[in-house]
Write a protein that binds this ligand. Sequence first.
Ligand code: ZN
Length: 62
Amino acid sequence: MKTTDNKIPITNKPNSVVERIDTDGNIIQRRYYDSNGRAVKDIDYTNHGNPNQHPKVPHEHT
Ligand SMILES: [Zn+2]
């Protein structure tokens, strides 16, 4: 599933993936859900405007 929403839901269909894209269709973030439908990990494709705290792009959050 793809969304341009600012917020990706914390719970979703089990074992699904949601991609957040900007209005140009570029991926900003990808969120993975476990077998209970709960978010387990995010991959960020931006540095949140903060390259010091996020030197690596893309990077992973759990
Ligand atoms: Zn991040």
